[in-house]
Ligand binder design. Structure first.
Ligand SMILES: *[C@@H]1O[C@H](CO)[C@@H](O)[C@H](O)[C@H]1NC(C)=O
Ligand SMILES: *[C@@H]1O[C@H](CO)[C@@H](O)[C@H](O)[C@H]1NC(C)=O
Ligand SMILES: *[C@@H]1O[C@H](CO)[C@@H](O)[C@H](O)[C@H]1NC(C)=O
Length: 358
């Protein structure tokens, strides 16, 4: 009897602990995921978003009511014909073609009252070219930064709906681990921070290399299965930039089923968009040696390692890869946009104080 009571108490205690942890996970405020959404778009008229030119010259179909049909965003009229200029609420310019001189801003056209011009880019600051020429032109920014007017991250987490069909394997750590740490690197530059961290890490623990630099390129099809073989994946960004968190996290690590070791944006940037125990930030360790030791121990401790997959019970990854979806988000947020705003110094905004060029 006594033993029964004791074990019941123990069970309740353990269960309580587990529930608390689940609560912790739930309590994390992943602010950018709360879209100021569709429903609140009270004005019962279409918002017309004119894309001045397709990013990288690759057009997509805009047949039908694209934003509604694909993303359930209502009353959003997405167009590319310049003849809509006079009635467009927002005109969007993708930066790359502008800075390369392939496209020009229609500065000669009078701007209809209330029309906003939006600057759009997914590049890190050093790849945006010289933006000084764009002082006092744009009213909105569309980029990966959380503080952009329209934030378009490379990916995001959405809460799993109750009863949502999920495959058991999807929320657990893959069981076929053969390598401790993997890194897929094509453009190795000695002076980048990530290269220096790699060199120090390799002195402590084995790091398996893939990609052109090591002459072990991976086909797109082989990428995720290969990463699934690794306990840890170096999701090192090529740029140390505010909020610059690319598909290396969202797709390669989370999709491949390896725990991401991250470097690039700050720890607090990552914490704002990803749950605790879903990644390990290099800055959490005083030395790379300490990081290496930690990874070794974690891989040997199945219970602790598996904790890095528990967040998947609550969240699912959504990749944002289609420009149409990014553009439709202009409409979801249209009614909460600032009434009046001008980027007097776009260059200064883009190369924000805490973004370093590497
Ligand atoms: C609004 O836009 C949609 C999608 O382009 C279009 O089908 C619809 O006719 C438009 N409605 C109005 C009132 O302009
Ligand atoms: C390892 O397991 C995962 C699923 O757990 C699977 O998707 C992946 O293809 C496997 N990798 C290899 C190389 O077999
Ligand atoms: C947009 O920027 C232009 C150019 O600086 C400015 O004249 C206009 O008033 C701005 N419009 C809004 C809605 O902020």
């Amino acid at each position: 009897m006594k033993r029964f009571v004791l074990s019941s108490v123990l069970l309740l205690f353990l269960l309580g602990g587990w529930l608390r942890e689940i609560q912790d996970l739930k309590a994390v405020t992943l602010s950018p995921f709360c879209h100021k959404n569709d429903i609140r778009q009270s004005a019962h008229r279409n918002v017309t978003v004119l894309l001045w030119h397709w990013p990288f010259g690759f057009p997509n179909s805009l047949d039908g009511d694209v934003c509604w049909d694909l993303y359930h965003i209502p009353r959003c009229h997405l167009v590319v014909q310049h003849s809509f200029y006079n009635t467009a609420d927002v005109v969007v310019f993708h930066n790359r073609e502008l800075v390369r001189g392939h496209q020009k801003l229609p500065l000669h056209l009078p701007r209809p009252p209330g029309q906003r011009w939006a600057w759009m880019s997914l590049e890190s600051p050093e790849h945006n070219g010289n933006l000084q020429q764009y002082a006092n032109i744009f009213n909105l920014t569309i980029t990966f930064r959380r503080d952009a007017d329209i934030s378009i991250p490379y990916g995001e987490l959405l809460p799993r709906r109750d009863g949502e069909d999920e495959q058991g394997s999807e929320v657990a750590a893959p069981q076929n681990k053969t390598a401790l740490v993997c890194w897929v690197i094509s453009n190795y530059r000695k002076r980048q921070k990530r290269s220096q961290v790699y060199k120090q890490l390799r002195a402590i623990i084995p790091v398996k290399l893939y990609g052109h630099w090591s002459r072990r390129p991976l086909s797109p099809k082989a990428l995720l299965p290969t990463i699934s073989n690794c306990y840890f994946y170096l999701a090192f960004e090529n740029s140390v930039t505010k909020d610059y968190i690319t598909e290396k996290l969202w797709r390669n690590s989370y999709g491949g089923g390896a725990v991401p070791i991250v470097l690039g944006a700050s720890l607090s940037d990552y914490k704002a968009v990803a749950p605790p125990r879903s990644f390990i930030h290099v800055d959490e360790f005083a030395t790379i040696k300490a990081l290496g030791e930690h990874l070794k121990h974690l891989a040997e401790d199945k219970k602790r390692y598996d904790e890095y997959f528990r967040w998947k019970q609550l969240w699912r990854v959504k990749l944002l890869a289609d420009w149409r979806e990014r553009l439709c988000r202009v409409c979801s947020q249209y009614n909460t946009l600032p009434q009046y705003k001008v980027y007097a110094d776009l260059e200064a905004w883009v190369s924000a104080p805490n973004s370093k060029w590497v």
